[in-house]
Design a protein around this ligand. Structure first.
Ligand code: SF4
Length: 367
């Protein structure tokens, strides 16, 4: 950050500005905002232990950035405060998540990815918030992040008081659950900090640990990303390990099971933004239809969606697995057969696996 003159703000001016920032954040459509400093304390140790256990899988960038993630002023020298913002995304009109998960002919897409790419939606709002601060108080030093750089965003939000990190390692709050995105403004403004969440409220609940289809929550607050369906369907490039293909069920992009069972999500606030409402019927499309999309169709329909970032071949890979878990119908096996000679070796292998599941079903039925 380039130093700004605002480091000269008096405590009264800084307090008044902090109140204004929170009001502007709400006016700009953010769901909440709070301020903290750059000392993330124990979160760094927790993060380093997680990396040392190899739980990040192939996400090498996590290691590469070292302590920049846990020490905000190493990433952006001069950072004094972090404005942490929450943006709710739960789409109230989407087809019920449990109903989609129970219907293996449909593809399940994580609730956060049914609509527009949150990076842009959230970043635009953070930028407007920064502009509003500039309009009112003159130029100041800042940088906006929306899951776009090494930022320990859940730790920051917890420290700012926006919630606590649950046993599933997502941030949640007793009033609003966990269906929200987080974004940050790193700044050198000497704003007063908000108190952290006084205590976590998971208590003796273990619903998310029990519900995880792949046992990825290996202990409370410890998620092995290598087992997590979100990682396997979004981050992993290459074959999905065999042991996870059946438990994936019909989940083709991400997984929400740990959030779906969380009792605090009964109180979740649905999104106020049309941006996060489902597009292209992604909340209720059959796997067979999705599998038939050409690369051009994928690129056109997924324009502006976070799904586009995984690319066409990983999209087909994921759907192939779900089709292997789908009911044994002619339509399903025909769809798989049509891609049995795909140009992409990963897709070919996953289609081969899926067809094998259906052959096994046929053999069992004939016995
Ligand atoms: S499901 Fe239970 S244990 Fe998991 S985050 Fe929610 S309250 Fe905590």
């Amino acid at each position: 950050l380039s130093p700004s003159t605002h480091s000269q703000l008096t405590p009264d001016q800084a307090s008044a500005l902090a109140i204004d920032i929170k009001r502007w954040a709400m006016e700009l459509g953010l769901s909440a905002c709070a301020i903290t400093d750059t000392d993330l304390g124990d979160h760094e140790t927790h993060f380093i232990n997680w990396l040392n256990d190899g739980f990040h899988g192939e996400m090498d960038y996590m290691e590469r950035h070292g302590t920049k993630r846990s020490r905000p002023d190493e990433l952006e020298p001069g950072t004094l405060r972090i404005i942490s913002a929450r943006l709710d995304y739960f789409p109230p009109n989407a087809t019920d998540a449990h109903a989609v998960l129970a219907n293996n002919e449909l593809g399940y897409v994580s609730r956060y990815a049914l609509g527009r790419d949150y990076h842009k939606v959230l970043r635009r709002r953070l930028q407007k918030l920064a502009d509003r601060i500039t309009e009112s108080s003159g130029e100041f030093a800042y940088r906006a992040f929306t899951d776009s750089a090494p930022v320990l965003e859940k730790a920051i939000a917890e420290k700012a008081g926006l919630g606590w990190i649950g046993k599933h390692s997502n941030l949640l709050s007793e009033k609003t659950g966990s269906w929200f995105f987080l974004g940050e403004l790193y700044t050198d403004l000497p704003l007063p900090v908000d108190p952290p969440q006084p205590s976590a409220h998971c208590g003796s609940c273990t619903a998310c640990i029990t519900a995880c289809p792949t046992d990825a929550i290996v202990a409370p607050y410890r998620v092995d990303a290598r087992r997590c369906i979100s990682y396997l369907t979004i981050e992993l490039d290459g074959p999905i390990p065999l042991e996870f293909r059946k438990p994936m069920g019909n989940r083709i992009y991400g997984c929400d099971d740990c959030q779906l069972v969380c009792p605090f999500n009964k109180f979740a606030s649905p999104t106020q933004l049309d941006d996060f409402h489902p597009r292209h019927n992604l909340d209720s499309t059959t796997l067979v239809e999705l599998f038939a999309w050409s690369e051009t169709e994928f690129n056109e329909r997924m324009q502006g969606s976070p799904i586009r970032r995984i690319g066409y071949w990983n999209w087909l890979r994921n759907i192939a697995v779900a089709l292997g878990n789908a009911p044994h119908t002619q339509q399903v096996t025909d769809a798989l057969q049509q891609r049995a000679n795909s140009n992409n070796s990963i897709v070919r292998e996953h289609v081969g696996w899926a067809l094998k599941q259906h052959r096994a079903t046929t053999n069992n039925n004939e016995r």
